[in-house]
Design a protein around this ligand. Sequence first.
Ligand SMILES: [Zn+2]
Length: 724
Amino acid sequence: MKRIHFIWMAMVAILLLTQPAGASKVVVLGFDGADAQLVEQMLAQGKLPHLAKLREAGTFQPLMPTNPPQTPVSWSAFATGLNPGRTEIFDFLKRREGTYIPMFNAGEESSEPLLWGERNPLYLALIAAAAGLLLPLLLLALLKRWKAGVVVGVVLGAALGAGMYWFAGRYLPEEVPVAQNNRKGDTFWGLASQAGKKVQVLRVPVTFPAEEVHGTFFAGLGVPDIRGRIGTPSFYTSRLDRIEGENEFSIEVIRVDNTQDRIETAIYGPLNQLFFRPEDEEERYRLEEAGVPERIDVPMTLSIDPASQKLRLEVQGQNVTLGVGEWTPWIHMRFAFNDVISVRGMTRFKLLSLEPELNLYQYPVNLDPDNAMFFTKNPITWPRGWLQDLYGRLGPFKTIGWEEDTWTITTGLVDEAFFEEDINFTVADASRLMESLLQEGDFDLYVQVFSFTDRVGHIIWRLTDPENPTYDPARAERYAGLMEQSYVQMDEIVGKAMAVIQNQPDTLLMICSDHGFTSYRRGVNYNTWLVKNGFMTLRGQGSTATLEKLFDTGDLFNNVDWSRTQAYAMGLGPIYINLAGREPQGIVSPGREYEEVRDAIIAGLESYVDEQTGARPVKRVYKREEMYPQFNLDVIPDLRAANDLYYRVSWQTTLGGVPAEIMEDNYKVWGADHCSVDPSLVRGIFFANRKFTRTDPHIMDLMPTILEALGVQVPAGLDGKVIS
Ligand SMILES: [Zn+2]
């Protein structure tokens, strides 16, 4: 009797061990930039019925974002339960080590030798020659015909060796580009995978290249377009007043002559980093002479039929006829570096007008799922072939990380109605993907982030703020409703997820966002403030920065006199002290002087008043040790200026420019933001279908909370704490 009792207890113990108390399936849906205040307001008005249900039966709380409340920063803390000082994803930009030159913080592109790099022709030729020699030798030796074997072997070996030497020299690049994610720390999906849980992770920002998990993974923000950019649409136009080339909004304007019947033009592709890599002018000339293209394009022919008012597009044997206002389906194309190496892309076009001017829009060329060669080093899904499986089942969808085109509307070439169309495509694709995978249910942990809520905020929120400099009553009348419409779309997606899991009482559903929003009315030029207050000294006049300067030449602070500069601003709020021993031309001594300079900047900026409005643009300047208990001393900025509502770091400061005035109106369509605002003012959201009673949750708390719900051990030493 006792013995049976013991066995029974042992069985219970084993069950408890393998199936911890909290173990359940977890579904996490993230909505980038979904703002707590607007959500609360819409809940009160009964406009978000599914989220209201979650609030009633479970939890709704505003969610504190990271400092700064930026998309890559906050989602990295979400993934790891670590503060930005430890993930080292702390801003849009960081300094290149040992310089004043800015670079992207979240990820970078490097290159790796392909096989043996520049020795490829020699080594491959030797291998081919050896194979050519040995095969006939062995074969004919078996037939006891040694002499013939040697003769045939030498001839074949020499021929194969020479052929391979020529082939490798001509067709194989020495190096191939490789993407790198700079985020540090262990992710909850990684830990869950290690604990044997099956995970599905989709489109979380800062997850490119795709991570190897037990389950499936689809990388998010960071996946480039075919040109290696965050996104470059093209605009084909016959208008002469449009300047050809790439403008500051990262859109390519391509002039076409609509007086011709057949217009020969091209779809712009990637820079030829594989074969066009001149180290000097002489080599550049040699490459140009040899006809090696600097950029790989795909030819496209446009023909106008005035009678039917249609435009015909011909791209690599595909023909599509378009009326005004129509979109093409996805068109697939191959950008060939040579006969052997190519990368495949896909895009869609919309014909905006045909007469009197031809205006044709082209979406950024997305990486096609059929790209085995590129994905070997830069996978966007795990397993690498999963993307093709999804395409087979669901049809084509965008693969680019920044899915929505926020660039073209910013140029004034298209309006909000066009932006809305693009948002609706994106929402439909992402929601179809979610429904299909949730229904399949092949996971213990499901995570998907939707980005449209953030993009609509950046472009449309301004139309809900009559005090925004770009506010236009007529435009607001037509389009301000898109802001709430995007939150209704979010609510519908949540409703679809709830419908799928309604019969699974054990499944924990969490809805969250990484930050909220505020109207961006006025910008602060911190470098100008530093100059006017004696912390920075210029040689000659201040400068205007451009994107080209920022990323192509890095020639930003070229007129700063570093021997008389104590501090400089770079990125969306960071201020760095020109510290001796750390900065290349540092003058501020560590210790007392460092603290004095920091305190003086804090006092000055926090009391600074915007004369036009009478408000204080800077709510608080944080010392780094106030934001982060642990951080890398050489990487994390010494100070971070956090704005009050309606203010942001100016466009020029973001790029490192020093314009004449400290304050400026924001006249851009990008009229709302969050990136440099104090985190307490732009909170995100946290909903769950279970009761969590702890107040003031932080986005870092989700990682340990998810692990505990899955029954996976929460690692020690996290900054986030389990929400109870
Ligand atoms: Zn944003």
